[in-house]
Structures are given as structure tokens and as C-alpha cells.
Design a protein around this ligand. Structure first.
Ligand code: FES
Length: 179
């Protein structure tokens, strides 16, 4: 009968088990790290994410249905907005240096990056037709950001935002550029 009070022996099998487990863990960490860095890249040196307060020409809640106001990223310090989503030439995490706050024709507020989803030209609001038009290749968008006319095939990119403490301001997810 075995002596249950005897200390457990550290066998070759135990050693190999621990060695394999360590090797497997190191392999997973080394393999996973580049993927994680690719998916969630750190901002380049000198840049930091921050909420950017933007003063609108007219408070969002006072916009009429179908009305839009343009705004630019503040330049002191130099900032950019971060796209929340996007397709075509736009993408989540891509930068925008301007945007539009808009109430669509149903009265729903949106805040869009200024970049056309075709090749990134700045869109302009067409007050006659209540659309966003791109001067570069003729794409047109409804005021809810959906495509009205190509060549763009993807909707406009949203910016993540919330109402500022002053009704004339909105606070948009952005980046301080560090230059
Ligand atoms: S960049 Fe807007 S239509 Fe081409």
C-alpha cells in the first residue's frame, strides 16, 4: 500500500507537462499580440484620443427637419474626428477634419464625417434638394446618410457624439494630433 504522507515526486512526465504548457502559452501570446495590435492600434506618438467640443452655428435641437450645419475640427490644438463606422473609402477609426450635424427629413439628428464614401472628397449640403452632394464625381446622399446616387455605394460615416453642456455644442469622439 502506498504511503499517502510521502511527498509527490516531480517526475519526468510532470516536467514535460509543465514545459509543454509553458511553450503553448508563449506561442499563443506571441501569435496573438500582433493581431491585437492590428485590431486596436495605439495612437501614434504624440497623439491622444479625447472628446472634442464643437460649437455649432445653430443648436442641433433648433435645426429644422432637413437642415444641416457644417463644422470643422478645432485647430488649436490640432484635432481630428474619429469615424465610428463607414464603408467605401471610409472606415471605423479613420480620421475626419470636418462634419455635418443634421436633422433628417424625419427630424432624426445625425452627425456625419464630411468625407464622401467614394474617394473621400468633402461633401456639401444642397439646401434646394435637401441632400449631401459630392463635387468630385457626383455622388449624392440623403440627409440620413444613405446613398441617393453613385458612384458611392456606402453611406456616410457617423461620428460618435453627445450633446454638450451648452446647447450650442456637441462633443465628438476625436484625436489630438500632437502637431
Ligand atoms: S469622392 Fe465623392 S463622388 Fe467621388
Amino acid at each position: 500500500m502506498a504511503d499517502s504522507t510521502a511527498p509527490a515526486r516531480f517526475t519526468r512526465r510532470t516536467f514535460l507537462g509543465w514545459w509543454m504548457a509553458g511553450l503553448l502559452t508563449a506561442t499563443v501570446v506571441v501569435g496573438l499580440a500582433p493581431i491585437l495590435v492590428y485590431l486596436w492600434p495605439a495612437p501614434p506618438k504624440g497623439q491622444k484620443k479625447l472628446p472634442v467640443t464643437v460649437a455649432l452655428d445653430k443648436p442641433l435641437d433648433q435645426l429644422a427637419n432637413g437642415e444641416a450645419v457644417k463644422f470643422d475640427a478645432p485647430t488649436s490644438p490640432n484635432t481630428a474626428f474619429i469615424m465610428a463606422n463607414g464603408g467605401g473609402d471610409n472606415a471605423p477609426g479613420a480620421l475626419a477634419f470636418g462634419g455635418f450635424a443634421v436633422k433628417d427629413t424625419n427630424g432624426k439628428p445625425h452627425v456625419f464625417a464630411i468625407n464622401c464614401s467614394h474617394l473621400g472628397c468633402p461633401i456639401a449640403v444642397n439646401t434646394t434638394d435637401s441632400t449631401f452632394d459630392c463635387p468630385c464625381h457626383g455622388s449624392r446622399f440623403h440627409l440620413d446618410g444613405t446613398v441617393l446616387h453613385g458612384p458611392a455605394t456606402a453611406p456616410l460615416s457617423d461620428l460618435s457624439w453627445k450633446q454638450g453642456s451648452d446647447p450650442k455644442t456637441i462633443v465628438v469622439d476625436g484625436l489630438e494630433l500632437g502637431f
